[in-house]
Design a binder for this molecule. Structure first.
Ligand code: UDP
Length: 236
């Protein structure tokens, strides 16, 4: 598949057109940002880890009946995906308090939640990705009621499948963010990536953080943590 013009460049990925209008090529970068772009850096090898790990996870989810944009891995950094138009929402599921949830509600990081939470942020860097509720999403026509139901169902299923899966590789899934897209026939499918950039992943025994919080909080061993996650996922 031929890589044509660059359609979009984000903080961690580039998206290219191909000769087939129904397919895009995603190319993962090593650059890392946090705190709405205030902290910038590079995590060597991150692009490869996120590409390979996300592809393994998307194939696992597909086996469980969750449709994703994944088509095929082209090389260590690039993947062929279904062209979708991204719904401008960050869909966040949490099992354990951490990050902005802990801050906003004054709940200590690590407190197990009685049930998973589902929250939405508007995907808008200039506005700092503000939290948005379902009535606001509907009022702004960002999604239809049926689409929102579908998005909530996908988020819940991804959480169930991945919580169980990570448990088998000795990792606790604390929280994660997904994005969904609309195909040209209007179907909502899982898109973007699922990687240590988009999940909080703690070693089940030691509690060691194996995700982007190592970069955000200057905890050191950032590259090692990404590699460790890929190793565990690849061995499965
Ligand atoms: N997250 C993400 N992209 C974002 C914001 C959050 O992938 O732009 C992920 C983050 O890695 C974590 C979850 O979503 O796994 C919840 O993040 P939180 O709201 O706690 O925000 P943060 O503390 O990362 O600012």
């Amino acid at each position: 598949m031929e890589k044509l013009e660059l359609l979009y460049e984000g903080k961690a990925k580039k998206v290219y057109a191909t000769s087939d209008p129904e397919k895009y090529i995603v190319s993962y970068k090593d650059s890392a940002t946090a705190f709405n772009g205030e902290k910038k850096g590079e995590i060597i090898g991150k692009g490869e880890v996120n590409n390979l790990m996300s592809n393994i996870i998307f194939q696992l989810l597909a086996k469980e009946g969750i449709k994703t944009h994944f088509i095929s891995e082209l090389n260590e950094r690039e993947t062929l995906v279904r062209a979708v138009s991204i719904v401008p929402l960050e869909v966040i599921v949490r099992n354990v308090a951490a990050g902005s949830f802990s801050k906003r509600f004054g709940v200590a990081e690590g407190i197990e939640l009685k049930q998973p939470t589902l929250e939405f942020c508007l995907k808008d860097d200039a506005l700092g990705d503000p939290m948005i509720n379902t009535s606001q999403i509907l009022a702004l026509s960002l999604a239809t009621p049926r689409e929102l139901e579908r998005i909530a169902y996908i988020a819940t299923r991804v959480n169930e499948v991945l919580s169980n899966y990570f448990d088998t590789i000795n990792v606790k899934l604390i929280d994660f963010k997904i994005e969904v897209g609309r195909t040209n026939n209007g179907e909502i499918i899982l898109a973007d990536e699922i990687s240590p950039d988009t999940c909080r992943l703690w070693d089940k025994e030691t509690g060691k953080k194996l995700d982007k919080d190592r970069f955000r909080q200057n905890l050191g061993e950032v590259e090692e943590a990404y590699q460790e996650m890929l190793n565990r996922v690849s061995k499965f």
